[in-house]
Design a protein around this ligand. Sequence first.
Ligand SMILES: [Zn+2]
Ligand SMILES: [Zn+2]
Length: 154
Amino acid sequence: MSNLSQRAQKLFIQYLRENNLKVTQERLALLAEIFSTSEHLDADELLVRMKTKNKKVSRATVYRTLDLLVQCGLVRKSRLGHEHYFYEKVQPGKRHDHMVCTHCGRILEFWDPALDERQRQICQEYHFRPSFYSIQIQGLCEDCQKVEQENTFL
Ligand SMILES: [Zn+2]
Ligand SMILES: [Zn+2]
């Protein structure tokens, strides 16, 4: 287990105890799974991943645990161009925004400090105190653009 996931597990256990919730193997296994990858997972993918590892977790437990992980700030929930949500680990000090290919579903991460600063300024101008902001750009990835071009030339 990486330092990041060890730290996350510690925080999650603390959060569960503070809220009088049970610390279960299922919950810890789900957290470990999310922190084992940099991918953006939806609830169904998580369910499949747990099954292939022979860990029995119900769909209800997956959703409930994801909610808890989001509430305690360890997991980020984003609606990425689809009709459902994706979940990914939160890495302190490593913020990022997303580009989402609406054709193949590919997700690209980017981060631009100047853009971040600009958003801060805009909030100041509007006397708005931000608690969270994120940018999502939808469009076509490089591969899908190529496919599109090839098709139009046929
Ligand atoms: Zn694409
Ligand atoms: Zn991401």
